[in-house]
Design a binder for this molecule. Structure first.
Ligand code: AMP
Ligand code: MN
Ligand code: MN
Ligand code: MN
Length: 283
């Protein structure tokens, strides 16, 4: 099945509206879709309604920012009740420090002569609660400081580079419990991105499972084909369900379009088998 269970709208750091994403997913042959905005469920109603209108099966989604072993890890939640109060409060607390962090990032960039970055980034922000590094990246590209967003994340905004501000996000335990408590399924997003040592990665997978986490992204826009093979192995080793999602943000920036990923490697159980009862279809 062409499931695409990871992407972003203007409600976080994507450039398209939820309705445009639904239409794009449908046009690209997606058969099961989820909008997974960072630390937000504010786009869920619109995404679900748009999907229903065009006959595209839908799962609720979000991508929670977590600090684990001093590193930012992303946990995708799928198939939860988007009105769950504990989940909503947890997400609100997680995105709470973003504006202050953004002002500090701008102050750090000013030290290397890049002035007005906060105001510049704000021009790209669709949700005032959710200013992110992506919005700064768009501003740095637009003003010619960098050639494209990968250039930004090589030279700025990452540890050891100008504009980086360390930040404490949710705990792994809380993020998984908010999702599970709302009736959803928790998934480790793009594990190859974290550059953990084998011991740290083992700790992440083990603790994630202990808290009730059930899945791992194997095929994602952030993984090479070798990394997909590697995390197919991890899914088997840790007995986790396998997920698949493009992590699409923008037609101009994303390497992989909605619905454009290769299939899951054989021999894995897809997350959507465990989510059958949570899929919303037009009836
Ligand atoms: P934040 O949540 O503010 O720390 O921003 C994280 C976002 O920055 C991610 O969700 C990506 O959209 C983007 N990002 C991080 N690293 C990269 C990268 N190397 N290339 C492109 N985008 C990136
Ligand atoms: Mn993002
Ligand atoms: Mn992510
Ligand atoms: Mn993402």
């Amino acid at each position: 099945m062409n499931a695409d269970l990871h992407c972003h709208s203007v409600v976080s750091d994507g450039t398209l509206q939820p309705e445009a994403l639904a239409a794009r997913a449908k046009a690209n042959g997606v058969e099961l879709w989820a909008l997974t905005d960072h630390d937000e469920v504010g786009g869920q109603q619109r995404a679900r309604a748009a999907a229903r209108e065009i006959g595209l099966p839908y799962l609720t989604g979000t991508e929670i920012s977590v600090t684990f072993a001093g590193v930012t890890v992303h946990i995708v939640g799928l198939g939860f009740d988007a009105d769950d109060e504990a989940l909503r409060q947890g997400l609100a607390a997680t995105r709470g420090g973003r504006d202050e962090r953004a002002r500090e990032m701008a102050a750090e960039l000013a030290k290397v002569g890049i002035l007005g970055a906060y105001e510049g980034a704000l021009r790209y922000v669709g949700n005032p609660d959710l200013i992110s590094r992506t919005h700064f990246a768009r501003h740095l590209v637009e003003t010619g400081v960098c050639t494209d967003t990968s250039d930004v994340f090589r030279r700025f905004l990452v540890e050891g580079k100008p504009g980086f501000v360390p930040h404490r996000w949710a705990t792994l335990r809380n993020a998984v419990q908010w999702i599970v408590g709302a009736g959803g399924l928790a998934i480790i997003a793009h594990p190859a991105r974290y550059k953990f040592t084998p011991n740290e990665e083992y700790a992440l997978f083990t603790e994630f499972k202990a808290h009730g986490g059930r899945g791992v992204e194997v095929v994602t826009g952030s993984h090479t084909s070798a990394e997909a093979v590697r995390y197919a192995g991890a899914a088997r080793e840790f007995d986790l369900l396998a997920s698949r999602g493009s992590d699409f943000h923008s037609p101009d920036e994303s390497r992989i379009d909605l619905g454009g990923l290769p299939p899951l490697p054989v021999g894995l159980t897809p997350v959507w088998e465990a989510l059958e009862a949570r899929i919303q279809r037009a009836t």
